[in-house]
Design a protein around this ligand. Sequence first.
Ligand code: PMP
Ligand code: GLN
Length: 390
Amino acid sequence: MATVGGVKTSSVRLSGLGTTIFAEMSALALRTGAVNLGQGFPDTDGPVEVVEAAVTALRDGRNQYAPGSGVPELRRAIAAHQHRFYGLAVDPDVEVAVSTGATEAIATALLGLVDPGDEVVVLEPYYDSYVAMIQMAGGVRRPVTLRAPDFRLPIDELWAAVSPRTTAILLNSPHNPTGSVLRREELEAIAAVAIEHDLVVISDEVYEHLTFDGLPHIPIATLPGMAERTLTISSSGKTFSLTGWKIGWATGSEPLIRALVGVKQFLTYTSGSPLQPAIAHALDVGDDYFTGFTARLQAQRDQLCDGLAAVGFGVHVPEGTYFATTDIRPLGFEDGVEFCRLLPERAGVVAIPHQVFHDDVDAGRPLVRWAFCKRPEVIAEALDRLRVLA
Ligand code: PMP
Ligand code: GLN
């Protein structure tokens, strides 16, 4: 809680949360003119026909409140997407909810499922909104750390993290910031824990179409016994390079979706109407779009990783996502937060320190994340600037 002149200016719910690292680092990039490889947003627009579909929807009067769980054609397109890519049978009427980005789906899932004192097992390093929303729900996070160099799931630590107070496991694969993609054996271990302890799984899969080198993305909801206990979350932002549209969704069993929509109705009521039919259109595009998108990002990953290695960083080549991780110690640095605060001035580039996504600060201290969802010429310019560190 905070007060100014005796007036309460923030609740206990907000204590310690500060400003998100993404906003801080993007503001720093703007202020200093640095190349922004920090916040994960593409610097090219999404498909032109999707933008045109939004323009049509705006002109066609799709401008009043959408139904709380989303416009029917988008719910149908999301269900069709889950079936087309993963063979999942999802009922578009009661097992899909459209959200204001994956961020709102995560928030409403946690507020709708977690009671004060409940524990949530979460992969660390964690996406920052997880920590904030577990705290706002009154829950307690129990991190399980993915450690360098390979960032695999420590299955023993997962079992050990569960207690009688645990209600949920919050997953993210492909994983931001490590770039790790959970393998079938890891997902089976998580499923075994969830089933043994009667847990809900909230699975953030926003990078589902960004796995590289032919590695499959496997939604945990496809494993036996998991569909009924899993909320799967995704977003059009990453897949269609439209991060500013903030159209996300959750799919899952009717009671879980009902909990999420129960919160959403009082948080935002509904999400932006005219963008929803456009995303329905986007989800229907042919396979070529998805394979082309993955191939383009994989080439940008390789460009960035090769360049960072040439500068002298220790590079952890990611299996998925928008992000590569480096160890800064080979260049004589120790602390990622200090490194990232100085980097704009020293080299004219912005990156994100892993440390801010950790309770186990030491595990993240020497690690720094770089976004490669940028045009090749922008990545080249950043690498050129980084050569001063060599
Ligand atoms: N989850 C993860 C892992 C992310 O990296 C992001 C960032 N975009 C989000 C959720 C939020 O997605 P959205 O922008 O759709 O709210
Ligand atoms: N998901 C993006 C990232 O990890 C940022 C989104 C945000 O700023 N909330 O960089």
